[in-house]
Design a protein around this ligand. Sequence first.
Ligand SMILES: *[C@@H]1O[C@H](CO)[C@@H](O)[C@H](O)[C@H]1NC(C)=O
Length: 432
Amino acid sequence: MGLFKFTSRPLLLCLPLFIGMQGETLIVAVDDDGHFTERITHFSKCYVKDADKDIIEAVKLKGRLVKSGTITHPYPFCPRSKTPLIYRAVPSWFIRVEQLKEKLLENNKQTYWVPDFVKEKRFHNWLENARDWAVSRIMDSIESFEKLSGVKVFDLHRHYIDHITIPSSRGPQFGVLRRIDDVFDCWFESGSMPYAYIHYPFENVELFERNFPGNFVAEGLDQTRGWFYTLMVLSTALFGKPAFQNLICNGLVLADDGKKMSKSLKNYPSPMEVIDQYGADAVRLYLINSPVVRAEPLRFKKEGVYGVVKDVFLPWYNAYRFLVQNAKRLEVEGFASFVPVDQATLQKSSNVLDQWINSATQSLVYFVRQEMNGYRLYTVVPYLLKFLDNLTNIYVRCNRKRLKGRTGEEDCRVALSTLYNVLLVSCKRWPH
Ligand SMILES: *[C@@H]1O[C@H](CO)[C@@H](O)[C@H](O)[C@H]1NC(C)=O
């Protein structure tokens, strides 16, 4: 349920404690308006912030005053009403996570994380110390919502309840209470992603059943106690399963100077600028080749993205350009236009360099597929670099004569077709 804005009175910062069995003996000392309750007999009805003098006086009368004075210290204030905040116990709904602990630890074992130490250490330890999860944000039931607002509620989705207001308990001159934008415990919503995004169970039951648990999720290390956790708690409570099969946990992307990226400091280049300048593929390769995919921090450097362009895309592109130039040359020189020789014929090429690069290309496909299936993104770029080095510095360089037609038309077509095939296979998306 939503958070309601208390217009023009101290907003009480609510620290949810227990409900039901656990909190029955708890003494609630302060009421909704910040006044001591009947339980605090001597000061009941007194506003907590005005009670200091009387309390000091009472302690003094009993002869127990050790020292009286003033200490200056920071204090939390409501950013909206600028009034002081206090901590106060309120009834709250909890999810009994503690009862699920064994099952959570068991489900964690069924998932695959990159890097694995985040799963084995950080997340495991967090689950071992799991606490009941307070999800209420003030309004505790449909019943009390209806009672306070005088409106019958049939559906808790925002568009059905956002317009509902609650009259101020202090009288009509104080206006009404409205829901503010924050809803519920927002972690509950993020943890509900696998169901909520397709409106399960109200729709898409089959789609859901086919795709749950999800193949993989990816987020930052800081989500161990956030999203990764709430996904796991809710799926365990609802289905006894983890919500994902694989998880990539990434580190933080920091600014060039090692500090947090900050909009006000502008200590990082605009992502769109970098993409416009070097291309999205270069940014993508730069990131998957960085410590970020091993949950370690990365200092984002524009020069690093340029390095990818220089080391990966330019050589790759130059090999392609060389192919196109020489394919066109065939026509210019009066031969039939270039049509790649079919695979079966190519595989039979007796040229040892053709055989070698064909084999290296197959190995590349095999390697990338295997590593991507293992979610080890960081192994892919170093291998690709080595492959491109082999292609451009060995294959193309050693075959210039053949590719330029100096060893006869037939041999030229075989060499061009081999290069064509290598470039095609190395840049296309391979079906599983
Ligand atoms: C590059 O060529 C060397 C020499 O043949 C070979 O050992 C290596 O596996 C090749 N690497 C790739 C990634 O193709």
